[in-house]
Design a protein around this ligand. Structure first.
Ligand code: FES
Length: 156
């Protein structure tokens, strides 16, 4: 029996019922898709952060940031000449190392506990000068020149 009456109008006495199981399956599927999307977004933004996340200067000759932003022993990732750099402050020197791993370009981070740059993707490790310590990275990480001028770190 059709739920239409003459003239193509819907018969108000006949309604389409969506079975509860179908509705719950739809809700479960939608929830799973949203959850997977959220996790993938987080993972991708961690591995390939946008400029808003990294912060720092634009693609220019030098990049500067206040010395007070990095405590001794700490590090911060900034954008320098359009590329991510990990700036590491030690007691006597500040280092700037390109953060794009030379294996597959994941973003490395400063592991303060072992005093090495670590790649989260395939466990490559680098020293403060970007040299490969271990892992699959074929080449050292490029470095930039760093000066401390007054209360500013200047990367060139
Ligand atoms: S991308 Fe860094 S070790 Fe593979």
């Amino acid at each position: 029996m059709s739920d239409m009456v003459d003239g193509g109008k819907r018969n108000p006495e006949i309604t389409t019922v969506v079975p509860r199981r179908s509705f719950l399956n739809f809700l479960l599927g939608a929830t799973i898709i949203v959850a997977i999307g959220g996790v993938m977004n987080t993972v991708l933004r961690f591995l390939w952060p946008t400029e808003e996340i990294i912060g720092g200067g634009k693609a220019a000759g030098t990049t500067s940031l206040p010395l007070s932003e990095i405590p001794v022993g700490g590090a911060k990732t900034v954008r320098h000449k359009g590329k991510p750099y990990v700036v590491i402050r030690q007691a006597t020197k500040v280092y700037a190392v390109n953060a794009a791993c030379t294996h597959l370009a994941c973003i490395v981070y400063w592991d303060r506990s072992i005093k090495q740059l670590a790649c989260p993707c395939h466990a490559a490790f680098f020293d403060l000068n970007g040299n490969v310590i271990s892992g699959p990275a074929p080449n050292p990480l490029p470095t930039a020149e760093v000066k401390v001028a007054g209360d500013q770190i200047v990367i060139s």
